[in-house]
Ligand binder design. Structure first.
Ligand SMILES: Nc1ncnc2c1ncn2[C@@H]1O[C@H](COP(=O)(O)OP(=O)(O)OP(=O)(O)O)[C@@H](O)[C@H]1O
Ligand SMILES: [Mg+2]
Length: 771
């Protein structure tokens, strides 16, 4: 340890109390940074004696002892907060320094040195037992008022108070009571010393240990309550949540590499060889693909997604979505695909849970290198053996430096044009079909997996006119497509607030769809529509993968339920907020975002009679929170359920395929509602959602209608927010304008260029840059 104020303090304290080991608590350390050494840890830390010190880093060459306070935590021991000694080794070499401290103390405010150096426990007792406060001069009184104002506003004190379970919201009340107590009791020398310090950090730090004593005596109930709250929101050491998995000797194989390098292929070989296996997919679509592929190769395999359970008789294998994987079943081999999704801000917890909790002898992780370091760390904690298999791309991806020069007439057969909004996708499709001979298939997130597959098949098949694909980032994972070249229409997307650059990892993932091994085009190309986007594309492809420092976690229902016991009257959304504010996490984990869940929770607040567990399940239903119709149906489902009525679909089958964008949007919504119905039917008892068969058949028919509609779609896209008030729409548009200026309408742009060239189309050259 560097020699600094703490060293001196420790020497002094050690000699004074004739003890050799203490735990040092530095007020400079943030309460929340749980991995920091020297932090007073309210749950795991057990202390015999704790020293409050100004600095632990030794940055100050001269110790300032008067700004430091000593605390004896024996009173905490008595109350059960502190019960043993944590180690702090005394450094023998420095033992000569122990008397330096004694000399240093009390040089400045000599008259009150006895106050400054006294044990705060004693000071508190003296205050408590004093009958009446000494008379103060008016100016001293004002200074003291200011000092207490300073104390009540001190972020440092509020933060440190957490260590004795005085929560941030209760701190001002406690500080106020402390002030009143002090003013009623304060003896003269005490007050004089405080006034000599003035409204300063020094005064706050002097008062704090006395405040601690005061709180321990005055607010035992509040402390107890906050303490239980913190304990129930404890998400530290998540690997200990799965004792059965911990009892196993698991072997983790990390297939690490870029896109199209054979990671999933190799993991699936082991999966198929195993007696019993599970494949965890990031998407329903990919689970379906694996289900089909594995069964076609003669290995019986079932399918288990949130919406669909297909049991294949005699099967010992299952392809599932990662959220649905069982941590109860025992497997020989498990595959967790796209493991880098552990760091996804919303869904990451599902991958973390699978990695920590799967009971499998062998677990194959497939993904890019971004989470390799953290997987190594986790394996160190779980005690699992880790084997790393590194891969290279089968063929390098080539960047076409010429780009499409802003002209969609330059698309070619086998191109996949990637745009980042539904609106842009339809604009691009319209422009390509209007001004070139190509026909387009489309794939985007709001389409059901069945329709996406149908569109992918249409594009992959060579015997039809559909030779160009226009897709969103939904194409980035899972599908094996015959793509010759990925063309980025733009490299920015709307993040709900403004346009932001697409992250490099996502650009790599999407571009990597070009030139898959075994496809018609094994040599992949990628480029942009506009020349000005090219540099960013190259930069993204060349940029090494970021190293992920934290992966996602989310509490189980049981954890939320325990926590809820502390707050019998708050709403579910408020409960989630409180959990988020108070939960404790280890340094390698973050709490996944849950705004969408809260939006649903708020909507469902008016539904009476739902148990906490029902509410929790309804809140996780797959619903597009920005689609009012879908939200309305979810509310209706929950209301019927809460009244013990059989939940009906209450939605007619559309007459036919869509002939305009409004009808297409309606089909998309209807499918999402049915999908939600099916998902809920698997969460709750069967008889509560009795129309599963009907919902399945309607969903299949609508997916087909969507496919038909897309093949003939040649209309301008509409917004889903038709019902929004005008000024709100305007505000949204304004917001978009502020962050990013969309290129002018594609069609106009195209016409303008064609006019400039007198109708001639620029020949496309192939200057290539290999990355
Ligand atoms: N050894 C092999 N023999 C035959 N085909 C292979 C082999 N390895 C991979 N492939 C094929 O190459 C294509 C890409 O492989 P795979 O899907 O495993 O790549 P990946 O690294 O998982 O890519 P991504 O990161 O995009 O998921 C697939 O169509 C796969 O079937
Ligand atoms: Mg893969």
């Amino acid at each position: 340890m560097a020699r600094g104020p703490v060293t001196y303090l420790v020497r002094f304290y050690l000699s004074k109390h004739k003890i050799s080991r203490v735990r040092v608590f530095s007020p400079n350390r943030n309460f929340n940074s749980s991995s920091e050494p020297g932090r007073l840890d309210p749950i795991n830390g057990l202390y015999d004696r704790v020293i409050l010190a100004d600095s632990i880093d030794g940055s100050s060459s001269k110790p300032d002892f008067k700004r430091s306070q000593f605390r004896d935590f024996n009173s905490l021991v008595a109350k059960g907060f502190v019960s043993s000694v944590e180690s702090y080794e005394e450094n023998e070499k420095e033992s000569d320094d122990k008397y330096d401290l004694i000399e240093e103390i009390g040089d400045k405010r000599e008259g009150f040195a006895h106050v400054a150096s006294r044990d705060p426990v004693e000071l508190y007792r003296e205050l408590r037992d004093s009958v009446k406060a000494a008379k103060q001069r008016r100016c001293d009184w004002e200074t003291m008022t200011e000092i207490f104002r300073c104390f009540a506003r001190s972020g440092w004190a509020s933060n440190q108070a957490l260590a004795i379970y005085i929560g941030a919201s209760f701190f001002p009340t406690a500080a106020h009571s402390f002030r009143n107590f002090f003013f009623k009791k304060c003896p003269s020398d005490f007050g004089q010393y405080l006034v000599s310090l003035g409204p300063s950090d020094e005064a706050v730090k002097f008062l704090f240990p006395i405040f601690v004593e005061f709180c321990l005596e005055e607010f035992p109930e509040e402390i107890k309550k906050f303490r239980s709250m913190i304990e129930f929101a404890d998400l530290t050491k998540p690997h200990t949540w799965y004792p059965f998995a911990r009892a196993m000797k698991r072997k983790i194989v990390y297939h690490c590499g870029p896109t199209n390098s054979g990671k999933t292929y190799n993991a699936l070989q082991r999966f198929m060889e195993a007696k019993k296996g599970v494949y965890c997919s990031p998407l329903r679509l990919l689970a379906m693909e694996v289900f089909d592929k594995v069964n076609s190769l003669g290995v019986y395999c079932s399918l288990h997604t949130g919406q669909e359970k297909k049991f294949v008789p005699f099967s010992n294998h299952v392809a599932c979505t990662v959220e649905m994987v069982s941590t109860e079943e025992l497997y020989d081999v498990a595959v967790i695909d796209e493991i880098q999704m552990m760091s996804d801000s919303h869904r990451g917890f599902a991958w973390t849970r699978a990695l920590l909790g799967l009971k499998a002898d062998e677990i194959h992780l497939c993904g890019d290198p971004s989470v390799l370091d953290i997987v190594r760390k986790i394996c160190g904690e779980t005690g699992d053996e880790l084997v790393e298999n590194h891969y290279e791309r089968f063929k390098p991806l080539v960047v076409e430096a010429k780009t499409l020069l802003g002209d969609l007439q330059n698309v070619r057969s086998g191109d996949c044009v990637v745009a980042f909004s539904r609106r842009e996708i339809f604009e691009v499709k319209l422009a390509i079909e209007k001004y070139s001979k190509h026909r387009c298939c489309v794939i985007y997130g709001a389409l059901p997996p069945e329709t996406r597959r149908q569109q992918a098949k249409l594009f992959n098949d060579q015997d039809n006119e559909y030779d160009v694909l226009v897709a969103s980032d939904a194409v980035g994972m899972g599908l094996n497509l015959n793509i010759r070249r990925v063309v980025f229409y733009s490299l920015s997307k709307y993040n709900g607030d403004k346009r932001v650059p697409v992250p490099a990892s996502q650009v790599k993932q999407i571009a990597g769809r070009a030139g898959r091994r075994g496809s018609l085009y094994p040599d992949g190309l990628t480029t942009t529509l506009h020349l000005e986007d090219l540099d960013y594309l190259i930069e993204c492809l060349q940029r090494p993968f970021d190293v992920v420092k934290k992966v996602g976690l989310f509490p189980f229902f049981e954890q939320v339920e325990l926590f809820a016991g502390q707050f019998p009257i708050v709403t579910f959304a408020q409960l989630l907020d409180k959990f988020g504010e108070n939960c404790r996490l280890d340094g390698s984990y973050f709490l996944c975002q849950h705004q969408n869940i809260k939006r649903v929770a708020n909507m469902l607040e008016k539904v009476q009679g739902l148990s906490l567990e029902d509410r929790y399940n309804f809140c996780f239903a797959p619903v597009n929170i920005r689609d009012p119709k879908a939200m309305y149906h979810l509310l209706r489902f929950a209301s019927s359920y809460s009244q013990n009525l059989p939940v009906g679909i209450a939605m007619g089958m559309p007459k036919g395929s869509a002939s305009n964008d409004a009808e297409l949007l309606d089909l998309e919504t209807k499918h999402q509602v049915l999908s939600m119905y099916l998902w809920l039917s698997h969460q709750f008892k069967e008889d509560t959602f009795p129309y599963v068969k009907k919902a399945e058949s309607m969903a299949t028919n609508i997916a087909e209608l969507l496919g038909e509609s897309l093949s003939k779609a040649c209309w301008k896209p509409e917004s889903r927010w038709v019902g929004k008030p005008r000024d709100e729409q305007k505000r949204d548009e304004q917001k978009k304008e502020d962050g990013y200026k969309r290129p002018a309408s594609l069609i106009q742009l195209f016409k303008k260029k064609a006019f400039e060239r007198n109708g001639s189309v620029a020949p496309v050259g192939h200057q290539t840059v290999s990355v």
